[in-house]
Write a protein that binds this ligand. Structure first.
Ligand code: DGP
Length: 112
C-alpha cells in the first residue's frame, strides 16, 4: 500500500512532529492554510471517517482530545477550526484518516 501517512507512521517519511503516542501522531501540514496548521492521524491505517466503525469511537475521541490539547499548546486561545475531509467530494487527498487543526487567523464560514 502506498500511503504517505503510513510512511510517516513507520518513520520512512519525515515530519515536523508535534506529538506522538501509541495511537496517534500529530505534525505540521506540508501546505499550511493558516499560520498554525497541523494534522492528527491514527497510527492504524483507516482510510477515512467514512471507513470508521463503532470500534473506532475511542480512537476518534482520543484524536479530538489531542487536537484540542495541541491547539491550546500552539496558543490558539482565540479559537481554531477542525476539519475532517472524507472522500472525493469532501476534498480528501490523502486516503488515511486525519484531523486538520487550523488557527492563528479568522476562519471564514461557510467554507468554499
Ligand atoms: P486532505 O485534503 O484533507 O486529504 O489533506 C491532506 C493534507 O495532508 C494536505 O493538507 C497536505 C498534507 N500532506 C500531504 N502529504 C504530506 C506530507 O508528506 N507531509 C506533511 N507534513 N503533510 C502532508
Amino acid at each position: 500500500m502506498d500511503c504517505i501517512f503510513c510512511k510517516i507512521v513507520s518513520g520512512e517519511a519525515s515530519i515536523h512532529s508535534l506529538y506522538q503516542d501509541e495511537q496517534v501522531i500529530a505534525f505540521r501540514d506540508i501546505t499550511p492554510q493558516a499560520p498554525v496548521h497541523f494534522l492528527v492521524i491514527p497510527r492504524e491505517h483507516v482510510e477515512s471517517l467514512a471507513h470508521t466503525a463503532r470500534k473506532h469511537s475511542p480512537l476518534l475521541g482520543h484524536m479530538l482530545a489531542i487536537a484540542a490539547d495541541l491547539a491550546a499548546k500552539e496558543g490558539l486561545s482565540e479559537g481554531f477550526r477542525t476539519v475532517i475531509n472524507a472522500g472525493e467530494q469532501g476534498g480528501q487527498t490523502v486516503q488515511h484518516l486525519h484531523i486538520h487543526v487550523l488557527g492563528g487567523r479568522a476562519m471564514g464560514w461557510p467554507p468554499g
